[in-house]
Design a protein around this ligand. Structure first.
Ligand SMILES: [Zn+2]
Length: 170
């Protein structure tokens, strides 16, 4: 098991759009395994490759979210192909630890992508799982959850997080 460093929201890699993955090699499979270990260790429900400093379109999500089981999955080059409904709920991010805010998301989505064998996959997910996927897909586009908040609220949370970083550094 190998744990990766999770980059925080002020690192430029979190603001850069990730590139489409063209080849699935051993390094990518290893990265996916390490990302899953890192996600569960955090603990979190999902992780995007750029959160561990790799600017490529890959996410891991715990499909067991909301159940007693864990069921990690890896999706390469994921896209949302359908969405419906709207739900507002509290959301957090492993790159902005201990900061939470209410964000509006689609209630149900369809996600397509490729698995580690290069096989096409399609998933239909709802509620918190749909939220996790939307959150991780945003990461791949350089978007953070607080981008959806009003400027005042975002600036307030940013200040709070900066202060916390300073405290932990000293
Ligand atoms: Zn996040």
């Amino acid at each position: 098991m190998s744990l990766l460093t999770i980059y925080n929201c002020f690192d430029p890699v979190l603001r850069k759009k990730c590139s489409t993955i063209e080849n699935i090699d051993d390094d990518l499979v290893q990265l996916s395994e390490d990302m899953i270990d890192t996600m569960f260790h955090a603990p979190g429900a999902g992780l995007a490759a750029n959160q561990v400093g790799v600017s490529q379109k890959m996410i891991v999500v715990d499909l067991g979210l909301g159940t007693d089981n864990t069921k990690p999955t890896t999706i390469i080059n994921p896209i949302i192909t359908a969405s419906e409904g709207e739900v507002i709920a509290e959301e957090g991010c492993l790159s902005i630890p201990d900061v939470f805010a209410e964000v509006k998301r689609a209630q149900k989505i369809e996600v397509k992508g490729v698995d580690l064998q290069g096989k096409d996959i399609k998933l239909e997910v709802e509620d918190y799982l749909a939220r996790a996927f939307q959150h991780e897909l945003d990461h791949l586009e350089g978007i953070l959850f607080w981008d959806f908040l009003g400027k005042m609220k975002r600036d307030m949370l940013r200040r709070k997080f900066k202060k916390k970083l300073k405290e932990t550094a000293s």
